[in-house]
Design a protein around this ligand. Structure first.
Ligand code: GUN
Length: 282
């Protein structure tokens, strides 16, 4: 089984960015809004901050606790939209259940929506037009698929996704790249009820909260496994959706967690932030 080295690829992208940023003499800035203390989200943000710092991108983190009023978040976004020193704005997902994710994301200026989650950017992508930003997460997944297999003709692709916004951007991005996948929205913690769907996939993408639930006996021989799930265990360890040991002898390719899709997503996010700064820099 080949283990995808997302970290190495991400480092290459970051190094190129670092050189470009220092040559252009600009300081791109990314604002990150988070609500609550979700452990995986905190880790994601930490990784974004560390990578950004190394290459000359500033990160402003606005950390709200769960009791914050939605209006306060909307006002903060409005302020950041109008701030010429801010080139990218993201809201770390998932938000706690009582927040209206759609409404909050729609408040971001699409020209600063470096996650590519705003409806305007999602619709442009859906209509096969160029959005202001391509979403980093699907871009990382596509990059991993391409590194596993150049020719996808006749291959069956399935994607098991845990949230509509991720599912939709993933679908629209893969459609643009002419990868037709079958999508399953999965909000429960186990894969057991979709076993036949899993078994028929040549390329299986999982982006849900199923902790190491995907086992060797559930997949096709020689499957390409793209694990986009990240969960933080109570001991601080990071795990994905796939049980690596159990698929080792059966799968042909795996993106590991940590070190696979995660670092690559961060690198593409920072690349979007740099591109935005290049356009907006005054
Ligand atoms: N949570 C998990 N992945 C992501 C991501 O790429 N962007 C945001 N905003 N939240 C996430």
């Amino acid at each position: 089984m080949i283990i995808f080295n997302g970290k190495k690829l991400a480092e290459r992208i970051l190094l190129d960015l670092k050189i470009e940023i220092s040559e252009k003499k600009i300081t791109p800035a990314l604002s990150v809004i988070s609500v609550g203390e979700d452990a995986a989200s905190m880790l994601f943000i930490k990784n974004k901050k560390e990578a950004a710092k190394r290459i000359g991108i500033r990160v402003f983190h606005y950390k709200f606790n769960e009791t914050v009023k939605e209006l306060e978040i909307l006002q903060k976004i409005e302020e950041l939209n109008g701030d010429p020193k801010v080139h990218g704005i993201i809201v770390q997902l998932p938000l706690p259940k009582n927040f209206n994710t759609g409404k909050i994301i729609e408040k971001i200026d699409p020209k600063k929506d470096v996650d590519g989650f705003h409806k305007i950017n999602r619709d442009l992508l859906k209509d096969k037009k160029k959005p202001y930003f391509y979403p980093p997460f699907p871009l990382a997944i596509f990059t991993a698929i391409k590194s596993a297999k150049k020719n996808l003709k006749g291959k069956k692709v399935s994607a098991i996704v845990g949230s509509e916004i991720f599912g939709e951007t993933l679908k629209n991005y893969l459609d643009k790249e002419k990868i037709k996948a079958q999508y399953v929205l999965k909000q429960k913690n186990y894969f057991l009820d979709i076993k036949t769907k899993l078994k028929s996939a040549d390329i299986l993408i999982t982006v849900c909260g199923c902790k190491r639930q995907l086992k060797g006996d559930m997949i096709k021989e020689g499957a390409i496994l793209i694990d986009g799930g990240i969960t933080c265990l109570s001991n601080g360890k990071i795990v994905g959706n796939v049980d690596r040991k159990s698929v080792e002898k059966k799968a042909a390719f795996l993106t590991p967690v940590p070190g696979g899709i995660g670092p690559l997503t961060v690198a593409f996010l920072l690349k979007n932030t740099y591109k935005s700064a290049e356009k907006l820099w005054k």
